[in-house]
Design a protein around this ligand. Structure first.
Ligand SMILES: Nc1ncnc2c1ncn2[C@@H]1O[C@H](COP(=O)(O)OP(=O)(O)OP(=O)(O)O)[C@@H](O)[C@H]1O
Ligand SMILES: [Mg+2]
Length: 385
């Protein structure tokens, strides 16, 4: 449901070698307590706001989910999403500032999600973030939404060290990425069609579950009988690290049609058995590809991020897979797996500390490659902090 046009990208400046740029006022303050960054996430149907301090960690975060607004349509309506972000963004910013017990003047930078996502929704966070930064006289940075997801496990007490393999599994993306450092990303494989979260949501809809289907399918799967249905594991017999979930979705649809009564209804146990078989198929496909990615890269650390990484069965199966290579699995708390402001504040903070900032143009990119992001230079970051 991404809008079919793209705004011209606004450049990201590397200010490690220059202290000002054209029309940009760059005055990251040398703050005694580190750099405090306001993070704003409005790429889809959640308004996520957070304050992250380079020395103090997460100071406060707030999330408003629009799920009830979109539930009656069974999917996100972009125009409604934008309108609701407009209502919620500023009040939530005030809320986190109050909760953190800081003043506006303590905020040294603003990070907003600049893409990928719904362009109207992105523009709300980008406009508010860029304008606040200008008003406060601090730098702003447009953050890549998937970089935010990818770095969310860094918010945990025991974060992974680089390098690692990341499995990004969200509503719009399924990607395996080799991560050597922040901004040093190599996409090893991705979905050729539906994302894993999208497949969960569509199957949820077919089973008559509320939107978004992922957590509901996972819950129903707990009541399912193992082995009654065996669904295909897409693309596992082909070499490589690509994914495809649309065939599996069709298989589920056909299975439902075969077992439904004349009114199209399924028996409760059959519904649960289908949910179970579907989840097993997605989870084991993801797991096989993750093991393959670890083998291919020779790495032992695997991180999972994005909404589907909250799935308990996925975590369980991947724990077993990494144990086989003496590796370790890392993930964020469930509330930082789905969209949130904390991951954007964290990612933005790292880039601002490295001297990167976006210029005064408001940046919104519906499509944006993770691999096009600039690396950050840790050695220079100390000069800025
Ligand atoms: N426990 C779960 N099991 C399976 N799927 C889940 C679970 N919890 C959430 N999801 C799925 O995660 C997705 C939402 O995740 P997220 O917020 O990261 O995606 P998004 O922001 O919509 O997409 P993207 O990040 O690619 O733009 C939904 O598809 C939802 O169904
Ligand atoms: Mg997301």
């Amino acid at each position: 449901m991404i809008a079919p046009f793209s705004l011209p990208p606004a450049p990201v400046h590397d200010l490690t070698s220059q202290q000002s740029s054209n029309n940009l006022k760059f005055n990251t303050r040398k703050q005694e307590k580190g750099l405090i960054v306001l993070g704003i996430e409005t790429s889809c149907d959640e308004t996520g706001i957070a304050l992250y301090g380079s020395e103090r960690g997460l100071l406060a975060d707030a999330l408003y989910s629009q799920v009830e607004i979109h539930a009656e349509y069974g999917g996100v309506i972009p125009e409604l999403a934008s309108r609701d972000h407009i209502r919620k963004t500023l009040p939530l910013i005030q809320q986190v500032i109050d909760e953190a017990g800081i003043k506006d003047a303590d905020i040294g930078g603003v990070a907003y999600t600049a893409g990928p996502g719904l362009v109207g929704a992105l523009l709300v966070g980008a406009s508010v973030g860029r304008a606040l930064a200008m008003g406060w006289g601090v730098p702003a940075i447009g953050v890549h939404h998937m970089e935010g997801h990818l770095l969310a496990p860094m918010l945990e007490a025991d974060p992974p060290e680089f390098p690692f393999v990341a499995l990004l599994v969200s509503g719009g993306h399924t990607q395996l990425v080799r991560v050597d450092a922040i901004g040093e990303y190599e996409v090893l494989g991705e979905s050729l069609d539906d994302a894993a979260g999208e497949a969960f949501d569509k199957v949820g809809k077919m089973l008559g579950l509320p939107y978004p289907g992922g957590p509901h399918v996972a819950k129903l799967a707990l009541e399912g009988e193992a082995g009654r249905f065996k669904f295909p594991r897409p693309m596992i017999n082909r070499p490589g690290l690509e994914f495809s979930f649309s065939g599996l979705k069709t298989f589920v649809r056909n299975t439902i049609a075969e077992h439904a009564d004349a009114d199209g209804k399924l028996e409760a146990q059959t519904r649960a058995d289908i949910a179970h078989a579907f989840q097993e198929s997605v989870v084991s496909t993801l797991s096989i590809k993750c093991s393959r990615a670890l083998e291919h890269t020779g790495l032992q650390r695997l991180i999972i991020a994005g909404g589907v990484s909250a799935n308990t069965r996925l975590r369980e199966v991947l724990e077993a897979a990494v144990a086989k290579v003496d590796g370790r699995l890392f993930y964020a708390k469930p509330k930082y797996c789905t969209d949130n402001g904390a991951m954007i504040a964290y990612a933005g903070c790292q880039r601002l500390l490295a001297g990167q900032t976006s210029d005064l143009a408001i940046e919104a990119r519906p499509r944006w490659s993770l691999e096009s992001l600039p690396p950050i230079h840790h050695s220079e970051s100390s000069e800025q902090s």
